[in-house]
Design a protein around this ligand. Structure first.
Ligand code: RB5
Length: 205
């Protein structure tokens, strides 16, 4: 439920009980907390509020590479369309149909697009997301995160500076998957104490 996410955001804002109740009160007055019609509006309102508080700037991705195997092809198309509507240039590297293909080939295509500078970030979809994440993480420049909810998608940006999001189309509903994509695209790496840890992941032995 998006309202739960709103609650998480309000908690993250560390507002006083009074301020939180004012915020929720305003949203409720606007009809934005009413279940059914308005969860998305409520969520947008909170995101706007977060931006006003300068709680983080979105990841700047102009071009994103996306690919899937046969297990993720429908979700991949939905995500690609959603991102295009947000003004992001999407490099769709396949697959295009339901014929069985091998996920490492598609993970490699997205990794190469990022390594070659053709895209700043990537999304990989397979049945579970597991094969894609293992394959993509073979490339030292890639930090691929397999996520299952909005919070893990936020954390993979904030703490791990993930540049590839992996999703399991057979495990996630479409709304959850799109929520993960939204979080991935709109959450900034926090840097600081995470900087050195992330750098260590690219070191060879
Ligand atoms: C394909 O059947 C399936 O194995 C693949 O999509 C993925 O889940 C692998 O990790």
């Amino acid at each position: 439920m998006k309202t739960d996410i709103c609650v998480q955001y309000v908690e993250r804002l560390n507002l006083s009980g009074f301020a939180a109740s004012v915020l929720f009160g305003k949203l409720a007055v606007l009809g934005e907390l009413r279940v059914g019609r308005s969860d998305a509006i409520c969520y947008k309102a909170l995101k706007f509020y977060l931006l006003l508080l300068d709680e983080g700037t979105p990841m700047t991705v102009k071009t994103l590479a996306i690919a899937s195997d046969h297990g993720g092809v429908d979700l991949k198309s939905t995500i690609a369309e959603t991102l295009k509507k947000r003004g992001i240039e999407v490099l769709d590297l396949g697959t295009d149909g339901s014929s069985s293909v091998d996920y490492p080939d598609y993970a490699q295509a997205v990794a190469k697009a990022i390594i070659d500078g053709k895209a700043e970030a990537g999304i990989l979809v397979c049945g579970s997301g597991i094969g894609m994440s293992i394959a993509a993480n073979r490339y030292p420049q890639i930090r691929a995160a397999l996520v299952h909810d909005r919070l893990s998608a936020e954390l993979c940006r904030q703490h791990n500076n993930a540049n590839v999001l992996c999703l399991g189309a057979r495990l996630l509903g479409e709304a959850t998957a799109l929520d993960c994509v939204d979080a991935f695209m709109s959450t900034e790496f926090e840097g600081g104490r995470h900087e050195g840890r992330v750098a260590k992941m690219s070191c060879s032995i």
